[in-house]
Design a protein around this ligand. Structure first.
Ligand code: ADP
Ligand code: MG
Length: 238
């Protein structure tokens, strides 16, 4: 079953077209990585799926429903950004529950969801701290926790690890892979880092100047790059 379906999606800012003719089906439970150089349209594409950016052309389906023009809050998605955007005056527990409280969810259910996410992310010991007293990696785990508590159908990640140092990035990469294995939810992950894409993805979507150059498993793309651009970007011999 296709969980997310993009049909002829395009985006223009005025006369400038930054995403062109994207067709893609993402299966339920799949982890798909959009990869490509800076400025190729990865964030714009993700933001259109999230509803943070209007879709100029084409159609977006999520879970069988047409979401092309639907309010972001009603798309069943949760997004994790590169900058953690945690509330500095709130504790980790409050940060993780905030969106749910805002949505009017009963306190007991919020507590249950936050506790469950804290366990998954091993945040139990940090729940009463404020973001200022956390490391970069811990902050990013809280940001992921805020997404998990919403029980989204689809997780969207926009370069969530680019602010971390190299060692921590490798560690967090493994944590995200582990999270995907446990939650088995659909995830769309954006990065400009080829190695990150190769290690995380069920399938990779290689983008160049707003267009899809190739879609395939990491091994396929590596072994059979569609063209010189993909070969050069992914680093495979050709
Ligand atoms: P990536 O995430 O791959 O680095 P982006 O999606 O952020 O790329 O940007 C793709 C292109 O769209 C870039 O050329 C960028 O300058 C342009 N762009 C992004 N947002 C806007 C905007 N709000 N107005 C005009 N141009 C934009
Ligand atoms: Mg970006």
């Amino acid at each position: 079953m296709a969980d997310v379906r993009l049909s002829s999606i395009a985006k223009s800012f005025g006369a400038l077209t930054v995403v062109r003719n994207v067709d893609l089906e993402i299966a339920s439970g799949e982890l798909v990585v959009f990869v490509g150089p800076s400025g190729c349209g990865k964030s714009t594409l993700l933001r259109m799926i999230a509803g943070l950016e209007p879709i100029s052309q084409g159609k977006l389906m999520i879970g069988g429903a047409d979401m092309t023009d639907v309010d972001p809050a009603k798309r069943g998605i949760a997004m994790v950004f590169q900058s953690y955007a945690l509330y500095p005056h709130m504790t980790v527990r409050e940060n993780m529950g905030f969106a749910l409280r805002f949505a009017g969810m009963p306190k007991a259910e919020i507590a249950e969801r936050v506790a469950s996410a804290a366990k998954i992310l091993e945040l139990d010991a940090l729940m009463e701290r404020k973001p200022g007293a956390l490391s970069g990696g811990q902050r990013q785990r809280v940001a992921i926790g805020r997404a998990i508590v919403r029980h989204p159908d689809v997780f969207l990640f926009d370069e969530p690890l680019s602010n971390l140092d190299a060692e921590l990035r490798v560690h967090m990469r493994a944590e995200i892979a582990d999270l995907h294995n446990r939650l088995k939810s659909t995830m769309i992950y954006v990065t400009h880092d080829q190695v990150e894409a190769m290690t995380l993805a069920d399938r990779i979507v290689v983008l160049k100047k707003g267009e899809v150059e190739q879609v395939g498993s990491p091994l396929d793309v590596y072994n059979r790059p569609a063209n010189l651009f993909v070969a050069g970007f992914i680093g495979s011999p050709r």
